[in-house]
Structure formats: structure tokens, C-alpha cells
Design a protein around this ligand. Structure first.
Ligand code: ACO
Length: 325
């Protein structure tokens, strides 16, 4: 039985509608909501985000990302034997976006399910897929992060609606004789539910509670910086590696200040940090595979590089995956 799993292909997809900060600010102004390019760039590093058209779903974004990852891996959809989609904005309450994606890819039979850990979803999903492959329950997994966060944004709340975007990223993770994923470290602490949540839920044919995103930005910021450092250090210790060996840090793309302070705490030069938050905004579970795919296609991340992927988000959830690409 193969001892390891390894990423053999990456892909991503952004919906075509790109809104610069200035364009978003102009739209918000029509609602009497004031913001500016200057404020958003200075506090977050975000310059633009992509929004899906109203009829485009999570699984719609996942399809081209998954197809690009399979093409890069040289794998046909029929060879996939596990599909995991990390998302907090699935097409429906049920079935899972993963089951819908499976059908849209023209395949059937393999297990398909969603993982819901908000912005940590992709590192959770990758860890689950790695464990299933190492246990002999799968050999070729499609692991996707896909989100339409624009659906759950309150465009009257300038403290949150300027931060998020839509998109999808995917990897093919295959059983391997040589090490790909070296170590993972996942956590959750539900006492922080209130600082980042979408409290509404479906009940009796209606939505009860507010179905839009609520966030205490400063509380999230403070927690995020500490836990990202801890998860990175724990993962390095489990794998017997040191931070100097990391070639690329690919954190969840929420805020450039959180990302840079994580890099500094790990004593990593900022040129080892993969940054896409400027162009994508925060795409929640999609942000890490989107950033990974962009870095691969730009020729930054190369085969054999040591990558630290890190997620943090609602729950509170956080975690890291250290891998040889
Ligand atoms: N445009 C203009 N002004 C604004 C905006 C805006 N979009 N949003 C807030 N302000 C104002 C506030 O009203 C406040 O004004 P006041 O001083 O007159 O009251 C002022 O700017 C400062 O607001 P703060 O909330 O103190 O700004 P802060 O520097 O903390 O930045 C931010 C806010 C960007 C949200 C920051 O706290 C942050 O990034 N937190 C982490 C958020 C995050 O990463 N979330 C995602 C992680 S998990 C997940 O992805 C689901």
C-alpha cells in the first residue's frame, strides 16, 4: 500500500466579473455606504475581487477548476475515486456540492462529500483526502475549495462586504511512493462562533435569523495571527523540518497584514509569501488552492518545493499542511 499522497495537478477558476475597489466603492455609494480604494488597500491589501453572476453556483465554479487540475495531472475524470469540496456556500442545503460536481464532471460511483470549516476548509479537506489515501480508501482524489461568498455578504456593512470574493481552486491528490503531504495540524474552538458567522438557518420553509456574514474583524485578526504561527510550528515539528526549509508559505488570503505578520513570526522573508489577496480578495475555502494554482502557473512553485499551506476562519477553525510539491 502506498505510504503517501502527493499533489499531481492544480487548477483554479475565477468568475469573469472583476470589481476593483473603486468600482465596488461606486456601487456601494449608491446605497449610501461609504468606502474608498485607499482604506481597503491600506487595511487589507485587497485591490479587486471577482463576483459570480447571480445564477452561478459553487459547483459551477468548481467544474473548470477541477478540470484544469485533472488536465495538469494528466488524469481523466473516470480515474477520480474521491471528491471532497471545501465550501461554506454550497449550491443547496443538500445534497453536497461535491455530489453535484461529480455529476457535472460526468462521473458516478466514487464517494463525494463537502467539508465545512469555512476558510480552513481546504486544509481540512486535504488532510482528510491524505488520510483516506494512506488508509487505502482512495488512490486519486479531487480536492476542491469553491465559494460564492458574494451570496452571504451584507452590502450595507462596509466592514465586511469589501473583504470577500468568489472563486474556486482544486488539486488532484494521488497515492504515491514518495512523500508529498508530510504533516497536518488541524484545530477548532467553537467558543469563538460569534466573532465570525452567518447565523441564519432554514426552518419550516423560511430563513430564521440573519443569513448574512457577521464579523468582529479585530477579534478575528488577533486570534488569526497567533494560531497560524502555532499551526505552522506544530506541522514543522511533526515533519521534523525547520522553517528555513520552507520554499513557499501559502496562507489563507484574508488580509495582507495577517499574512505578513505570520511570515515575520516564522522569520520567513516576505518574498517566500504567495500573495493573491490583492486580486482575489478573501475567497474563504477557495483562497489557498487558488493561490497555489496561480503560483504554480506563474512558475514560482516548482516540483519538489516545500510548501506550508495555512488556513484560519470561522468556527474558529485553523490548521496547516506541510508538503513536498
Ligand atoms: N471603508 C472605510 N472605512 C471603514 C471600512 C470601509 N470598508 N470598514 C470600516 N471602516 C472604518 C470603521 O468604521 C472605523 O471607523 P471609526 O474609527 O470612525 O469607528 C475605522 O474604519 C477603523 O475600523 P476598524 O474595524 O478598527 O479597522 P481595522 O484596522 O481593524 O480593519 C479589518 C478592519 C480590515 C476588518 C481588520 O480588522 C481585519 O482584517 N480583520 C481580520 C478579518 C479577517 O481576516 N477575516 C477573515 C478571516 S476568516 C474568514 O476568512 C472567513
Amino acid at each position: 500500500m502506498p505510504t503517501y499522497s502527493r499533489i499531481t495537478g492544480t487548477g483554479s477558476y475565477l468568475p469573469p466579473r472583476r470589481l476593483s475597489n473603486a468600482e465596488l466603492a461606486a456601487e456601494l455609494a449608491t446605497r449610501g455606504v461609504e468606502t474608498s480604494d485607499e482604506w481597503i488597500v491600506e487595511r487589507t491589501g485587497i485591490r479587486a475581487r471577482h463576483f459570480a453572476a447571480p445564477d452561478v453556483t459553487c459547483s459551477d465554479l468548481a467544474v473548470p477548476a477541477a478540470q484544469a487540475a485533472m488536465e495538469a495531472a494528466g488524469v481523466a475524470p473516470q480515474q477520480i475515486d474521491l471528491i471532497i469540496v471545501a465550501t461554506s456556500t454550497p449550491d443547496m442545503v443538500f445534497p453536497s456540492a461535491a455530489a453535484i460536481l461529480q455529476h457535472k464532471l460526468g462521473i458516478a460511483g466514487c464517494p463525494a462529500f463537502d467539508v465545512q470549516a469555512v476558510c480552513s476548509g481546504f486544509v481540512y479537506a486535504l488532510t482528510v483526502a491524505d488520510a483516506m489515501i494512506r488508509a487505502g480508501n482512495a488512490t486519486r482524489a479531487l480536492v476542491v475549495g469553491s465559494e460564492v461568498f458574494s451570496r452571504i455578504l451584507d452590502f450595507n456593512d462596509r466592514t465586511t462586504c469589501v473583504l470577500f470574493g468568489d472563486g474556486a481552486g482544486a488539486v488532484v491528490l494521488e497515492a504515491s511512493e514518495t512523500p508529498g503531504i508530510l504533516a497536518s495540524d488541524l484545530h477548532a474552538d467553537g467558543k469563538h462562533v460569534g466573532i465570525l458567522c452567518v447565523p441564519g438557518h432554514v426552518s419550516g420553509g423560511a430563513v430564521l435569523g440573519d443569513p448574512l456574514l457577521k464579523m468582529d474583524g479585530q477579534a478575528v485578526f488577533k486570534l488569526a495571527v497567533g494560531v497560524l504561527e502555532d499551526a505552522a510550528r506544530a506541522t514543522l515539528a511533526k515533519a521534523g523540518r525547520t522553517q528555513e526549509q520552507i520554499d513557499w508559505l501559502i496562507p489563507h488570503q484574508a488580509n495582507i497584514r495577517i499574512m505578513q505578520s505570520t511570515a515575520k513570526r516564522l522569520k520567513l522573508p516576505l518574498d517566500k509569501l504567495v500573495v493573491t489577496v490583492d486580486e482575489h480578495g478573501n475567497t474563504s475555502a477557495a483562497s489557498i488552492p487558488l493561490a497555489l494554482d496561480h503560483a504554480v502557473r506563474q512558475g514560482k512553485v516548482k516540483k519538489g518545493d516545500l510548501l506550508m499551506l495555512e488556513g484560519v476562519g470561522g468556527g474558529f477553525t485553523w490548521g496547516a499542511v506541510l508538503l513536498n510539491f
